[in-house]
Design a binder for this molecule. Sequence first.
Ligand SMILES: [Zn+2]
Length: 114
Amino acid sequence: MAKSRKNFFDKVGLNYALNNNLICLEYLNIAAMARYNGRMVQGAGRSMHRGMIEYKSALYGCHVSIISLWLPSTQKCSSCGNIAKKDISGRGRRCKCGLNTTRDVNAALNIRAL
Ligand SMILES: [Zn+2]
């Protein structure tokens, strides 16, 4: 199981490094997510995945940028900049400016702008 997981992350990390010039990784508050969801969120796989992405990126000249845990990527509207508190259960993001997207797409747009 451990070898197949490592092999999987090795292949994914290689694919990311070979096909991108920049990879942005966002720190997530896993402990808070686990508390909110009331279940364990696997941490070992995430750590191994991140490590493999960083390792392969260094080998193949891909830059890795680590996004701060404190960037309000999901709470900040990627269109107008308005910050609205969102709980973690909401998947959508609708803003008073008219932007209507998913939470993850909104966060990705904020990270790209950063
Ligand atoms: Zn907005």
